[in-house]
Design a protein around this ligand. Structure first.
Ligand code: MF3
Ligand code: CO
Ligand code: CO
Length: 280
């Protein structure tokens, strides 16, 4: 028998999608959740570690006056110098190596020479590196100069949402526990959780099963098992959770043009809980 809640959740995620996001979801190439071997997990560790190091490397470059293209080019150069590949470059037509999502951009912002960071901006940099065929996917928020109190609080809440989601992860817990923990906290702080993009399984495939919604009901969804590897990457909005995708087919914006923040880790379910593979 099919669990109704699980079906409802999947239908909801798929129905809510705009055309470009549908293709993103179709990229969930398989329905079955693969359990990774310890050899594969070791490769995921290497990819995850390098991705985290790249976010650290970029930190001092994020300041007023720099273009998002400059951040992209520095990331690409660093990635090649470390013998890795940028997974986003050419991925279903994505034109650059990293995603740079500033202020009201929810995710998938495209680096651009004409986009110059200014004091008070908040920016998410999302990197995915391929090392020996395996993917490390992680992102964080950076402050450009001094943020407003509201922007700072949104970023702090988003970081805590990810942490609360991660703390749900252990064998026997349900996927819905992750989203419930995130949604409860985000909404208690007066913010909203983006529905149209979800976390994802990841291995030698960039986006695969399972989908990890950042909202939902405790006790619903598939059971977590040791060897599952996926991302948790909540997008938390100041105002409405609704998003719009720009004509470029990638850049997702908040419908009300208020602020959005995101942070991401890749993790593996262990026999006792979880291991973060992209700790920075
Ligand atoms: N790194 C993003 C994620 O967290 C995906 C970016 S796909 C791209 O899943 F094509 F937009 F780069
Ligand atoms: Co991801
Ligand atoms: Co990512």
């Amino acid at each position: 028998m099919i669990h109704l809640d699980a079906v409802a959740l999947r239908l909801h995620v798929n129905n809510a999608l705009s055309p470009s996001i549908q293709s993103y979801n179709i990229l969930m190439e398989q329905e079955v959740i693969t359990l990774l071997s310890s050899r594969e997990i070791e490769k995921m560790r290497r990819a995850g570690r390098l991705a985290a190091e790249l976010l650290d490397y970029l930190e001092p470059l994020v300041k007023p006056g720099v273009s998002t293209l400059k951040l992209n080019d520095e990331a690409e150069r660093w990635t090649q110098a470390h013998g890795a590949k940028s997974a986003p470059l050419g991925y279903h037509g994505f034109p650059k190596s990293i995603c740079t999502s500033v202020n009201e951009v929810v995710c998938h912002g495209i680096p651009n020479a004409r986009q110059i960071l200014k004091d008070g901006d908040i920016i998410n940099i999302d990197v995915t590196l391929i090392v020996e065929g395996y993917h490390g996917d992680t992102s964080k928020m950076y402050f450009v100069g001094e943020p407003s109190p509201l922007a700072r609080r949104l970023v702090e809440v988003t970081d805590k949402c990810r942490q609360l989601g991660i703390e749900q992860v252990k064998p026997g817990a349900k996927i819905g526990d992750i989203g419930a923990a995130i949604q409860d906290y985000a909404e208690s702080q007066g913010f909203s959780v983006v529905r149209d993009f979800v976390g994802h399984g990841i291995s030698n495939i960039f986006h695969t099963a399972p989908q990890i919604p950042h909202y939902g009901k405790r006790g619903t969804g598939k059971k977590l098992r040791p060897g599952m590897v996926f991302t948790i990457e909540p997008m938390i909005n100041e105002g409405t959770w609704e998003v719009e995708v720009m004509k470029d087919k990638w850049t997702a914006l908040t419908k009300d043009r208020k602020l959005s923040a995101q942070c991401e880790h890749t993790l593996v379910v262990t026999t006792s809980g979880y291991e973060i593979l992209t700790q920075y």
